[in-house]
Design a protein around this ligand. Structure first.
Ligand code: GLC
Length: 741
């Protein structure tokens, strides 16, 4: 008897000890790479295949047997999209997924304040974490190449340095919540027209100096855990599986150890998907962008077709294991990380974060004094008692529409609501629509478009607004673009630089009826302003999200002093844009050659000596800033050293304000053509009235380098340079020559 008991005891002890030993992949104290290898070794072939492609619209399989959770992705860069049905685009109609809509990324970029990017990333990451999404499909960092790209509102503007500086803190903020930032769309997705296939031809200098730069920063400085391939092609390979951009540049040269996720429906070929660096396939249907049967996930290129090739011995498992390692790394960095965050959702804190970002991003473009009146902005409620608000954008919801960044927001304060809330009973606020956008055709049950048969009479709307303007003390026109197709929207590009719905005619008529007019533009793109000389005050207010109206009102009535700067150029006319002037947009429907090369945005305006309507980096304040003479801490720098420029900035006005001091570098003599100047540092400072601060800007040789496409490396050529320091790219307040030894 004793023997038997001893045996049973021994067995049970063995059993518990064997099983109580936590497997390495489940032991959060083990290094991630060990957990990855252990988990990989336990997975079957089918489990591996299941992990590298979608199982639903926005999720991919885990391994339930091993307790490895699914991966859940969510759009978008401005907020956490509502839950959609398993296999449909339309909403699941949950009642607990109304999010805080943060400002569009052009607004974030316009703050020129990396702390705002950190706040943005942290806040949106908390929302994603709470909603159990471990991959945020954002931010986008595609460069603003023309003012027509439908998705510019989702990106950081025309300059690679500004985009890089703003995207890094955003990524870190998101990922501090155990949520991966999936930076998109890698790469050269600079238009929506023919986005699914257009083959971009671009020289190596522009590729590296302009278009890759923000992605390189996202990977090497931001440490992003995921990258989304883009729909378009480069060197005739789709960028979701591209030997050059993914295998060579992203994974080999930059050392990216995260996951490459396809854009939805961006995969076109199993062989290329296997060998050209794609790690997870998501999409609408099986063969890319065309219709397919629903629930077709096993037919995806990286699903059964891949499994079959392996089972038939036509493919090994080396590539598969690399993909699965990357997905497991994503899992152990997020859902199975050592510290499991909880996030928070729809909170007052997030709403106030959005308001602060919007307030810091709104740009005061013009604020001329009127004879015998002075400046229109900020509106003085002690003087102005009859305030007229004109324009559909004063009331139109902007958190919906625009494509995949559309949101089901918990609430949205319109500009009119924000203005009324701030003014209260201090003045009378009246509203006229002034112009009207056609209601979007609805789809009937069978999906057919049912155009809304409404008669819009722009002349009548205009006459009504002009009549109302005559009797007002001050007129606030709120217009611009919107998220409708062919405006600021995914899937189509704009077809004109003008604002739609006869807004220009209306603004000119309002200016004639009442000179005390401020024009507030909501947009994610530049627009033409034929009336610019007749309108004393102009504001770019972007898409401000949930708290937009409160942010706009706080600026218009002076509670907050505007401090935003333009992240892209406002050209006078389309032909002032390089790509368009050279006929290099939108391409011939098959290929598109970026003929303007590195001369994008202000780089083109400087080269061609074109006067912009409003320059890159431009933005006014309700106070004024005086710059002293900039100095450098040395006359010449060595290749491994730095140089620091210091300039005193004084608030010479009567109210506190923030100024963005910008540093541009000009290479006086170079063996290859270079832009006249390039942004290489900036510093946003707050100054009380009368306060003066020494602002320092430090650079190293990276700021002097260009990409030598003969040597295929970054080169800083010794020689003479000039540092240009100013308040915008066209408002240079001082220059400091120096040398690179
Ligand atoms: C869309 C967009 C991408 C988005 C994805 C999922 O087509 O290009 O930005 O994240 O599909 O909606």
């Amino acid at each position: 008897m004793m023997k038997l008991q001893q045996m049973i005891l021994g067995l049970s002890l063995f059993a518990t000890s064997a099983f109580s030993q936590t497997p390495v992949y489940l032991d959060v104290n083990q290094p991630i790479e060990k957990r990855v290898e252990d988990a990989l070794s336990r997975m079957t072939l089918k489990e591996k295949i299941g992990m590298i492609h979608a199982q639903s619209k926005f999720s991919s399989a885990g391994v339930a047997r091993l307790g490895i959770p699914e991966n859940w992705m969510s759009d978008g860069p401005h907020g956490i999209r509502q839950e959609v049905l398993w296999d449909e685009w339309n909403g699941a109609e949950w009642t607990n997924d109304s999010c805080i809509a943060f400002p569009a990324l052009t607004c974030l970029s316009a703050t020129w304040n990396p702390q705002m990017a950190a706040l943005f990333g942290k806040s949106i990451g908390e929302e994603a974490r709470y909603r159990n999404k471990n991959v945020l499909l954002g931010p986008g960092v595609n460069i603003y190449r023309t003012p027509l790209n439908g998705r510019n509102f989702e990106y950081f503007g025309e300059d690679p340095y500004l985009s890089s500086q703003m995207v890094v803190p955003y990524i870190k903020g998101v990922q501090s919540n155990g949520v991966a930032s999936c930076v998109k769309h890698f790469v050269l997705n600079n238009q929506e027209k023919w986005r699914g296939h257009i083959n971009v031809i671009v020289d190596d200098r522009a590729l590296h100096e302009i278009y890759l730069a923000p992605f390189k920063a996202a990977v090497q400085k931001g440490g992003c855990w995921a990258i989304m391939g883009s729909y378009n092609q480069y060197k005739n390979q789709h960028c979701c599986h591209n030997q050059y951009t993914i295998n060579q540049i992203l994974k080999h040269d930059w050392g990216f150890d995260g996951v490459v996720i396809s854009d939805w429906g961006g995969v076109h070929n199993t062989e290329q998907a296997i060998h050209n660096g794609l790690d997870m396939e998501f999409g609408s249907w099986t063969n890319g962008m065309t219709w397919g049967q629903s629930n077709a996930y096993d037919h995806y290129f990286l699903a059964d077709p891949y499994l079959k090739l392996i089972q038939e011995g036509k493919e090994g498992t080396k590539d598969l294991n690399d993909k699965v390692r990357r997905v497991l790394r994503l899992v152990f960095r997020t859902n199975m990380a050592k510290e499991r965050h909880f996030g928070s959702f729809g909170t007052e804190a997030h709403a106030m974060a959005g308001r602060t970002i919007a307030q810091e991003g709104i740009v005061l473009l013009q604020n001329n004094s009127l004879k015998n009146v002075g400046k229109i902005l900020p509106v003085d409620l002690n003087q102005e008692k009859k305030i007229l608000v004109v324009g559909e954008n004063a009331v139109k919801r902007m958190t919906i529409g625009g494509g995949s960044s559309s949101l089901k927001a918990k609430y949205e304060v319109s500009p009119l609501a924000g203005i009324k809330a701030l003014v209260g009973d201090k003045a009378e606020v009246t509203y006229v629509r002034g112009y009207q956008s056609p209601a979007l055709a609805e789809q009937d049950k069978k999906g057919a478009e049912v155009p809304k048969d409404e008669k819009i009479d722009p002349a009548k709307l205009r006459a009504e607004a002009v009549a109302a303007a005559k009797g007002a003390d001050v007129v606030l026109f709120i217009g611009g673009l919107n998220k409708d197709p062919y405006q600021d929207s995914e899937g189509q590009d704009r077809t004109t630089l003008d604002m739609p719905y006869e807004q220009n005619e209306l603004i000119s008529a309002l200016a004639a009826a009442n000179p005390k007019l401020a024009v507030i533009i909501l947009s994610g793109n530049a627009v033409s302003m034929p009336w610019v000389k007749n309108v004393p005050a102009i504001v770019e207010a972007w898409y401000g999200g949930t708290e937009a109206g409160n942010a706009i009102a706080s600026i218009l009535f002076g509670e907050v002093n505007p401090s935003g700067k333009l992240p892209f150029t406002f050209p006078v006319k389309l032909q002032d844009n390089g790509a368009i002037a050279l006929g290099a947009y939108p391409g011939d429907s098959i290929n598109e050659t970026y003929k303007e090369g590195i001369f994008v945005g202000y780089r083109w305006a400087d080269k061609e000596k074109i006067q912009p309507l409003f320059a890159f980096g431009h933005g006014l304040s309700y106070t004024t800033f005086e710059y002293g003479k900039p100095m450098a801490d040395k006359k010449s720098m060595t290749a491994d050293g730095t140089i620091t420029f210091t300039v005193s900035v004084k608030n010479t006005g009567s109210r506190k304000g923030k100024e963005v001091v910008q540093l541009y570098i000009s290479d006086l003599k170079s063996s290859l053509p270079r832009p006249v100047k390039e942004l290489k540092a900036f510093n946003k400072v707050e100054l009380a009235p009368g306060e003066e601060k020494q602002v320092s800007l430090t650079i190293n040789k990276d700021a002097l380098s260009y990409y030598n496409d003969v040597k295929h490396e970054w080169v800083a050529e010794p020689g003479k340079f000039v540092a240009l320091i100013g308040s915008s790219s066209r408002d240079i307040r001082g220059k400091v020559p120096f040398e690179l030894k």
